[in-house]
Design a protein around this ligand. Sequence first.
Ligand code: TRP
Ligand code: ZN
Length: 854
Amino acid sequence: MKDAGATPTDRTVHLKDYTPFGWKVDSVDLTFVLAPHATRVKSRIRFTPTPEAPAQDFFLHGEDLSLISAAIDGTPILPEQTGAGLTCPVPDRPFLWEAEVEIAPARNTALEGLYMSNGMYCTQCEAEGFRKITFYPDRPDVMSIFTVRIDSDLPVLLSNGNPRAQVPGHAIWHDPWPKPAYLFALVAGDLRALSDTFTTRSGRDIELNLWVRPGDEGKCDFGMEALKRSMDWDERIYGREYDLDIFNIVAVDDFNMGAMENKGLNIFNSAAVLASPETATDANFERIEAIIAHEYFHNWTGNRITCRDWFQLCLKEGLTVFRDAQFTADMRSEPVKRITDVIDLRARQFREDNGPLAHPVRPESFQEINNFYTATVYEKGAELIGMLKRLVGDVAYARALDLYFDRHDGQACTIEDWLKVFEDTTGRDLSQFKRWYSQAGTPRLDVTEEWENGTYALTFHQHTPPTPGQPDKLPQVIPVTLGLLGPDGTEVQPSVLLEVTEAEQRFTFPGLSARPIPSILRGFSAPVILRREVDNAERAFLLAHDSDPFNRWEAGRALAKDALIRMITDGAAPDGAFIAALRNVSTDETLDPAFRALVLALPSEDDLAQTLHDTGIIPDPQAIWSAREAMRDSMAAEMEQVLADLYDAHQVPGAFRPDADAAAARSLTNGALMLLSRRDDGARARAQFASADNMTQQIAALSALLSVDKADDALARFATQWADDRLVMDKWFMLQVAFAAPQNAARVAERLAGHPAFDRRNPNRFRAVFGALAGHAAGFHRADGAGYNLLADQLIALDDLNPQTTARMCAAFQSWRRYDADRQQMIREALSRIAAKPGLSRDTDEMVSRILEG
Ligand code: TRP
Ligand code: ZN
């Protein structure tokens, strides 16, 4: 931490302090004269005072800008500058602000503002990057119409909106839709396009381009198809049409996150858009389809309707994640999408909620907004939309969304605006629902049951544990989808929605002829932790009979957890009954192969660690690792024939297609391969590796070989084959760490960081190695602290270059209080070492402080 004088609280921003900007921005004209070390940005901005103006100083954000000149209505001025921006006296009437600044995109390694990647210029302005491009009121509630001129000899010059002029040497773009500065984008480079068109339902032809570096042209087809599917889906399902003549997507190698929804000019991490059968896995294809959809859907939920301030981030992100999940469910398998989303929610959001970084879906303060692009804002934010839809019903949800788009088009809105739309369409009071936005933490929902004279009763008791700054919580409205099964497995009570609104609440179901088996929280109808005394016979029954696929999977998951926890805590042997249940499900040919693959996968090490912690046991990462290994050995031994049959029966013939059915089959065969490799010494994996004509099969084979430590040849051949493909080489880096034995993981990561192809400045490569280390629970938590120390060293080195990615990766340490005193001490030391780095970024400083103090 910084010393006492410069406490980080100095620059904490609070939701309660919101005040509107005192000027309207009527228009923005920008001219960029591009040069790597001295780009000139000229701005002409028309301001008109609003009634708020007299109470305010005129302040424009600006960071790392050299001011060349500034003028108001043509008169040169000398503004007062600080590191955050400038102030100057302005007239009490509309005026023209003109400024020229110089910036150095080639030196911008933070990848925020205007920067360079492989000779190409590109921008990232969300959340507060525009202020590194020119002086401006860089806040989302200031929306304006932008005209942009780019002067450069590079062949492709792009910005937002529609092109007005494109001639050698310069281009002019005009965006007719008012937008906040965070949606500004500029790209310039030697790029190639895959082009196509989309005709909207009102008959307008939209030009579509996917721009890539020369050599990547063959990896564009899938992204383009995904874009057209997204455009069609948003018209059909939400009635939303695209609103410019052209839609551009650009792939860039150096990017801090997945992608960015800049108006008419989406910019993507190349890993989140480029795909070919040879280079991308089924998981990559699915993720790319979802991210293309996500960014496209932002055009309405984010761009046409944006956020008043960054505290409202979930307004656009929660809703857009919800929409992209609906899209994926429609394109692929709805139950499989739901199950994988819940696995992800528990792994990342529950983890956040259970530790020092817990914060509400709508936070009330921050120091660095980049640190709040979190699983809580995005994924829990999406869960809140899902609950709202469940509570009001599909028809009312559709009506509320129509009203939202009608009422708020062109505005910068709040969560209050969003909820009001639902209140106005349904007449429902959502004041209790609103607590979901302000209370952090995952509610615990305890359930007890009674059975008497044909009446079955369930009593729910809800409680949300304290989180930083929030010791006490009020009851929230929890939608619980429930079904009841009879002893023969038939449904005696089809799904009903119970609304739990009280701290304690009882529901009765009379007129039953036998005691039912409850299926509670079907479809994971609320992001809560359900707790109930239940035995394994009942879990096995639900795994065999529940009509709700989510709860079927959940029952299998509970069996797996119970078996593993007994192995970890009591030294129990792998549970034969559990493996027998797995055998039944995995051979049930009426079930989706993807679902069966999910049932075969064990709960993660982190999930088990949290479960142990919740029951008052200090998790031993090595013991957890060993238990999962032993369980897999038993599964492989006892199911060997079944797995071999599955492996053979579900092979997908013919040319690779990335569709859901083919991917599902491969997920099952490759899940089987992983286990079978323990029995056949990697023979099948070696054969698959040799014959693979697509990356899914190749990576699965390589992973299986790595998992049994038989991958030396395959790794070398892979590296030779793919040396020139950055995205594939990321996989090569990542897998070696992910599959290292716990005692080797840190050593492997350190060795790879010395590899000539390791480049700390490329976030994908850095995450491939060190994200994998952080995700290798037993390796990262090695008892001698080698994992902690290595990650701390690397983060200290990265912070000077890229604060945003450094800060995000500090989250690797967030669950430190779960562990024993020695590990806690070592983690505290590692974090303190980061905190003490001279010149530590605000981003990293905030994260380290929150993790240590929360
Ligand atoms: N708004 C983007 C999305 O959700 C994500 C985003 C926010 C981002 N800040 C960023 C992407 C910084 C890259 C860099 O789609
Ligand atoms: Zn988003």
